[in-house]
Design a protein around this ligand. Structure first.
Ligand code: AMP
Length: 389
């Protein structure tokens, strides 16, 4: 079955058309700067070159119309559409077929992720209107975390506040963490029961997974919590917000922008949010870049131990996403801070570059350490087949 996977943001729309049976990706691309001057589509087909199509994309409807026009030439009938939804809120313990009701839920929970959910809901609606014969599936990034134990998701705030505003740990990257569990389990079989999945990209989160069930994760009500990220600060004392507001005179919107867009590795390094630039800066003796790396290793190792504690043990650790898949230096930095737990990686295996999942720990390491390239689109497509196939 061919599935079209759509990942809509407020001003972008990523797409991928793939065959779930062969895993072949027929086409993929990104509509960028939707509603902004200078919009274009970056498009790539199986065996072809990347193309840049400079087209006016005043809104998401125009973008989808272009995408379907481009895909028509490929001549691979679409059996279903999977939509990544950032926030499933209190409605989605798993992926769901789009109906009037499930679509309304995506909008109802949108205040928790306003930049994403409204655009995603609009795109789902457009797809339904334009192609009523094709089924649509909602794949929320939070669904995998929905059934974590209450002691993990509940915040120690007044119960009426928690209930009225649906405040809890929702987590994120759930589709990636679910894919990592699936892949690790396929490879390791019974050797893996307690996995910490380390999704380290420009957004980053860890997830404690015991026999396929999420036990805890480092992102919280929103994806701002947890690890230090490219431009996000991660966990800090919540009173920092009141202090900046009352004493610093920053508005709530200023603080939101500061903590989401101007913090993290970017702020500490004062160079870049991109780990490659920071590694290069540190190699050239830049002390701020070195501190950004040290803090990243420190926090990741610290929260790794927190995830292990939530499962009362850990047997496998899997690195994934941009940094986790591509940076031997960042992997070694985190693993070295876990040497006290008996974690040992093989430096030669750590240096190998490959698109295949692989073990990089030594045989005597207390924990099996792996690198597992993530594939959220494939996971979404599998859900589409499960629900529509
Ligand atoms: P993601 O959000 O998963 O796309 O990851 C983006 C992050 O991964 C950025 O901080 C990049 O610096 C990092 N990254 C991507 N590709 C590489 C690479 N080839 N080597 C090192 N880091 C990379």
């Amino acid at each position: 079955m061919n599935v079209l996977v759509i990942n809509a943001g407020s001003s972008s729309l990523k797409y991928q058309l793939l065959d779930v049976d062969t895993k072949e990706v027929y086409a993929k691309g990104n509509c960028e700067r939707i509603g902004i001057e200078g919009s274009f589509i970056g498009h790539e087909e199986l065996g072809g070159e990347k193309q840049k199509l400079e087209v006016a994309l005043p809104d998401h409807k125009t973008a989808i119309t272009y995408v379907f026009d481009i895909l028509k030439d490929i001549n691979k009938p679409i059996g279903g559409i999977g939509h990544r939804v950032v926030q499933g809120g209190w409605y989605f313990p798993e992926s769901a077929v789009v109906t009037d009701e499930t679509l309304a839920w995506v909008r109802e929970v949108a205040p928790l992720a306003p930049l994403h959910n409204y655009a995603e809901a609009d795109v789902i609606e457009i797809c339904r209107e334009m192609f009523p014969e094709i089924g649509n599936v909602i794949v929320p990034d939070t669904a995998f975390h929905y059934n974590m134990p209450e002691r993990a998701w509940r915040y120690a705030l007044p119960r009426d506040v928690v209930d009225t505003y649906h405040i809890r740990k929702y987590g994120a990257h759930g589709t990636s963490h679910r894919f990592i569990w699936r892949t690790v389990h396929e490879l390791m079989g019974d050797k893996t029961h307690k996995l910490v999945s380390c999704h380290l990209g420009s957004g980053a989160s860890l997830c404690a997974i015991e026999d396929g069930k999420c036990m805890d994760t480092t992102m919280g009500l929103t994806p701002l919590d947890g690890l230090i990220m490219g431009t996000r600060c991660g966990t800090l004392d919540p009173a920092t917000v009141f202090y900046l507001n009352r004493v610093g005179g920053y508005s709530i919107d200023d603080i939101d922008t500061m903590m989401n867009k101007q913090s993290g590795l970017l702020a500490v390094s004062a160079v870049s949010s991109d780990s490659r630039d920071i590694e290069e800066g540190a190699h050239n003796g830049d002390a701020n870049c070195q501190m950004a790396l040290d803090m990243f290793y420190y926090r990741t190792a610290q929260l790794f131990a927190e995830m292990a504690s939530s499962m009362e043990g850990v047997d496998t650790m899997a690195f994934t996403a941009g940094i986790g898949e591509n940076s031997p230096e960042m992997r070694a930095g985190v693993a070295d801070r876990l040497a006290w737990m008996g974690v040992k990686i093989d430096p030669a295996k750590n240096e190998i570059r490959s698109d295949e999942p692989r073990v990089i720990s030594t045989p005597d390491s207390s924990i099996t350490v792996m690198v597992v390239p993530t594939n959220e689109e494939y996971m979404i497509a599998l859900d589409v087949v499960d629900l529509l196939g």
